[in-house]
Every structure is written in C-alpha cells, then in structure tokens.
Design a protein around this ligand. Structure first.
Ligand code: NAP
Length: 232
C-alpha cells in the first residue's frame, strides 16, 4: 500500500483527488485541509509528520488569489514560499517524495508558443513570484520531488472560470470575456489522475513536469467552448 497525504485538500484540486481516490485501491489517502494542517505552522507540521508515516506528500495548499496577491503579497509568500519550504523540510526529514503543484505564472507570457521545461522563468506578478519561490525552496531542499506546472484549472469544484461562465449563462447574464490572453485549460480531475499515475508507476524521473490536457486558446474561446458543450 502506498501512503499519501494530500495537503490543501479542500481546494479545487484536493477535491478532485477525493473524487478519484476509489479508482486507486493500492493507495491509502490522508486528506488534510487548511484547518487541521496549516502548512505555515512549522510546529504543527513537525508533530503531524512525526506521528504519521507516508510515502508521498501531494501539496495542493496554496494562496491562489492572483489579484489579491498584488495587494497582500506577504500572505502569498507566506503560503506559496515559506509554507512550501516547511513541507519540503518535513519531506526531507521523513524521506517522502513531494509532489507540488506550480503554475504557468512562473513565466512572463511573452514567448508566443508553448513553454517547455527548459524555458527561463520570469514571473511578472506577486502570485507568480511567490510560486517560483516555492519551486526554488523545493529544488534546494529535496532531490526526490515532482513540481507539476499546470494552467487554467477547471472542474466541478471550487471557484474557477468554467463554473463562473456556466452560472452566469444560467442566470441569463451578459458575458464579457477577453480574447487577449492565451492559455491551456486543464481539467483538474485529469491532473489528479496524471499525478496518481506518476505515483503508482513508481516514476523516478524526478524534477519539473508540465501538464495541461487541452489545446491553447483565449479566455473568449474557452468561454465559447464551455457554452457550446453545456448546450449539447
Ligand atoms: N486554479 C488554477 O487555475 C491553477 C492553475 C495553475 C496552477 N494552480 C496551482 O494548483 C494548485 C491547486 O489549485 P486549486 O485550484 O486547487 O486552488 P484552491 O482551490 O484555491 O485550493 C487551495 C487550497 O489551499 C488551502 N490553503 C491555503 N493556505 C493554506 C495553508 N496555509 N495551509 C494549508 N492549506 C492552505 C486553501 O484552503 P482555504 O480555502 O481554507 O484557505 C484551499 O483549500 C495550487 O498550487 C495552484 O497554485 C492552480
């Protein structure tokens, strides 16, 4: 049995892990949310990891409000930087493989074609900078880790663009969506399965991975796709 702890488990991606968990009978899951395991609380983490033994930690805990991070960057750095450092240190102490989720916001978006792992990072906002800090701590502290960079997560859980568009359409609201930004929408349920397949296949190709499951499109295209699918 592979023992996994999922942190930040009440967020969008965390809830996707809870949804797919029954498809993975070889894995014993422990789900921790921000209330019972705050990743910025070092002492709490120390006690928790001393008491409970795991093989992997999947860190879904993050400060994800991109606009708010500009106003309160300290909060973003506390969770996405220091919190990730705390988790990485516990993983090192107890020999856990860390699977951490990162973002396309570590890039500046100027490339004009899909980013690959070897591209230089250059975040242009506080959220992206705080997520890059988390990546840097992991690389300094651990050898056995996966940093999975993804983009535009959507699912039936949490707050996301997909749900916002569907709700607005249901309420008959007029929609105004920009077509100046391009990205790859990613089904968070597929991301959860991708991560669990890395784990059950005992992948040792540690380091950074990029995962998206859709084609590149603008927010306008994405909104149009969502409305087309919901009308079927
Ligand atoms: N959503 C996207 O479009 C997107 C795109 C690319 C990458 N990502 C990355 O994917 C990961 C998962 O994103 P998501 O969409 O699932 O985000 P989410 O729905 O905002 O979930 C994040 C979770 O982290 C928890 N959290 C915040 N501070 C914490 C702390 N100090 N200790 C423990 N838990 C804490 C939150 O709990 P509370 O609500 O109680 O604060 C929330 O449940 C994140 O690393 C994010 O950066 C997301």
């Amino acid at each position: 049995m592979i023992k996994i702890v999922v942190t930040g488990a009440n967020g969008q991606l965390g809830q996707c892990f809870k949804k797919v968990k029954d498809d993975y009978s070889d894995i014993k899951f422990t789900f921790c949310d921000s209330k019972n395991l705050d990743i910025t609380d070092k002492e709490r983490l120390r006690l928790f990891f001393n008491k409970n033994k795991f093989d992997y930690c999947i860190n879904c805990a993050a400060y994800t409000n991109v606009e708010q991070a500009e106003k309160t960057p300290d909060k973003a750095y506390l969770v996405n930087g220091q919190g990730v450092k705390n988790i990485a240190e516990e993983c090192r102490k107890h020999n856990l493989v860390l699977v951490h989720i990162s973002t396309d916001y570590v890039f500046d978006g100027e490339k004009g074609s899909p980013y690959v792992i070897l591209d230089s990072t250059n975040p242009i906002n506080e959220y992206g900078k705080s997520k890059l800090k988390g990546e840097q701590y992991i690389k300094e502290i651990l050898e056995e880790y996966f940093i999975i960079r993804t983009s535009w997560l959507y699912s039936e859980f949490g707050h996301n663009f997909y749900k916002t568009i569907l709700n607005k359409a249901k309420e008959g609201e007029n929609l105004s969506v920009i077509d100046t930004e391009t990205g790859c929408p990613t089904d968070a349920n597929k991301l959860a399965k991708y991560i669990l397949n890395i784990i059950i296949s005992d992948d040792k190709d540690f380091g950074i991975k990029h995962f998206t499951d859709g084609i590149a499109m603008t927010w306008f295209d994405f909104a149009s796709e969502i409305l087309k699918k919901s009308a079927r």
